[in-house]
Design a protein around this ligand. Structure first.
Ligand code: NAD
Ligand code: UGA
Length: 466
């Protein structure tokens, strides 16, 4: 089966970059990415390709290659569904904020809306692909909706979870460790659908990297992968506190254990805590699923990863207060970074938000510099917590466009994101304009502490001897 038209519902961090790369690599397939959010679609269509709504290294080049040729962004969801033989669902699946499973389960409202819209609009057979991260067995619910509310059209449902990480999305999509496709291997129709998707990826990936499994394994592999990755961060962060009490250095520990090939060296960087839209959401979802089967020990095991992460963020903030002579009231704390990691403008669940909230509760005055995050986004993140009024957030926290200005007359600097440019600053100049003693709290183990100490800074970093 040859695919000529692909539709992707959801033009976000996953839908945008994944479809741009599919369009780039498969010039004979028309790829239309649709979204309800008109502003987002307008930004994807902006004449200046640098204004696309997601900042990812290399993404604007990919979009430039394919946009208008075989890559289209549109708000006409019905038309794109109708035309496509293959439909990716790449909408958001956040943690539920109401009702049963509030604060734990994934909210599948948007997924179900997509299924109902496909069922209403489709007049030809479709392959429907779960690209969003979903609870295991969601495909059964999708099938139920599609088979019972459609107009006799046949559907094949595949799971094709996305493993890209933000900041390296294009790299990850061009050369993924593996692509995972779950489908119905028991029927000829199921096999044909899976092969059609394998053929799309085979345009640029060797066959060995394209893994096929049953649907449930594929759905659950995605939650498992994120749980394992987050667990590594929480594990090394747990050790970081022990390091601070014993004189061991967490960087040296990461190196020492990472050289054991059974452990591996990646994802062992101690930090102020992991953020991002998915780790917490997916683990909470996993915990909820385990509990719903009565698997309480399994649920408790994974929940500990989140508990440790929340603790790490609080601990970092509390250490700032303690170090600044037990009070930050009326003191200026400069934040370098607000994004949840470098090379992205995404701030979802960023540790910076929670550290700022903690310090504002202690009546600190926080000033933030981030090279890619907008002022509007920073205030939206804080307001969302509902800790204080919007006016108060704007009074207590300022967003500054210049890194030297943000550090001027600060009592302390907190490094919350590992942006490379922070390493290249003139730290003598920064020291000279700060109040003394001048403190640096490196939440990313990014800066050369010895160099800073020589200049005169008092330094603290996660998991390093104090
Ligand atoms: P996102 O919020 O950036 O994008 C989702 C988009 O879907 C939004 O623009 C929204 O307007 C649109 N949408 C929602 N309902 C719609 C509907 N009915 N019709 C049309 N458009 C609709 O989310 P994201 O970060 O791209 O994540 C999407 C999914 O991918 C989630 O399940 C997430 O867990 C998963 N995922 C994300 C990442 C990541 O790095 N962000 C990586 C792997 C997997
Ligand atoms: C993560 C996974 O890495 C992707 O494979 C997955 O597709 C994605 O979640 C998802 O499902 O959304 P992402 O959240 O974009 O990707 O970024 P990561 O590089 O995983 O970083 C997550 C957080 O952990 C960041 O805040 C990062 O700073 C932190 N981290 C990561 C550490 O603190 N230490 C590390 O060693 C690694």
């Amino acid at each position: 089966m040859k695919i000529k038209n692909i539709c992707c519902i959801g033009a976000g961090y996953v839908g945008g970059p994944t479809m741009a790369v599919i369009a780039q690599k498969c010039p004979e397939i028309n790829v239309t990415v649709v979204d309800l959010n008109e502003k987002r679609i307008a930004a994807w269509n902006d004449d200046n390709v640098e204004n696309i709504p997601i900042y990812e290294p290399g993404l604007s080049e990919v979009v430039k290659d394919a946009r208008g040729r075989n890559l289209f962004f549109s708000t006409d969801v019905d038309a794109a569904i109708d035309k496509a033989e293959m439909i990716f669902i790449s909408v958001n699946t956040p943690t539920k904020t109401y009702g049963i499973g509030k604060g734990m389960a994934a909210d599948l409202k948007w997924i179900e809306l997509c299924a109902r819209q496909i069922a209403r609009v489709a007049t030809t057979d479709k392959i429907v692909i779960e690209k969003s991260t979903l609870p295991v067995r969601t495909a059964a619910a999708l099938k139920d909706i599609l088979d019972h509310t459609g107009n006799g059209v046949k559907y094949q449902i595949l799971s094709n979870p996305e493993f890209l990480a933000e900041g390296t999305a294009v790299e990850d999509l061009h050369a993924p460790d593996r692509v995972l496709i779950g489908g119905d291997r028991e029927t000829a129709e199921g096999k044909t659908a899976m092969q059609a998707l394998v053929d799309v990826y085979a345009h640029w990936l060797p066959k060995e990297r394209i893994l096929t499994t049953n649907v449930w394994s594929s759905e659950l592999s995605k939650l498992t992968a994120n749980a394992f990755l987050a667990q590594r961060v929480s594990s090394i962060n747990a050790m970081s506190e022990l390091c601070e009490h014993t004189g061991a250095d967490v960087n040296e520990i990461s190196k020492a254990i990472g050289m054991d090939s059974r452990i591996g060296s990646k994802f062992l960087k101690a930090s102020v805590g992991f953020g991002g839209s998915c780790f917490q959401k997916d683990i909470l979802n996993l915990v909820y699923i385990a509990k719903s089967f009565g698997l309480n020990e399994v649920a408790d095991y994974w929940e500990q990863v989140i508990i440790m992460n929340d603790y790490q963020k609080r601990r970092f903030a509390a250490n700032i207060v303690k170090t600044l002579f037990n009070t930050v009231s009326g003191k200026k704390i400069a934040f370098l970074g607000w994004a949840f990691k470098k090379d992205t403008n995404d701030t979802r669940e960023s540790a910076a938000i929670y550290v700022a909230d903690y310090l504002l509760n202690e009546q600190a005055e926080v000033e933030v510099y981030d090279p890619k995050v907008t002022e509007e986004q920073i205030y939206a993140d804080l307001d969302y917590l509902g800790s204080r009024s919007e006016e108060e957030n704007r009074r207590l926290l300022k967003v500054i466009k210049d890194p030297y200005e943000v550090c001027k007359e600060a009592h302390g600097i907190a490094v919350l994101t590992e942006w490379d440019e922070f390493k290249t600053y003139d730290w003598q100049r920064i020291y000279d304009c700060m109040l003394k003693p001048a403190f640096v709290f490196d939440g990313r183990n990014l800066l050369d502490l010895q160099k800073l100490a020589k200049i005169g800074f008092s330094t603290a970093a996660v998991g390093r001897p104090i």
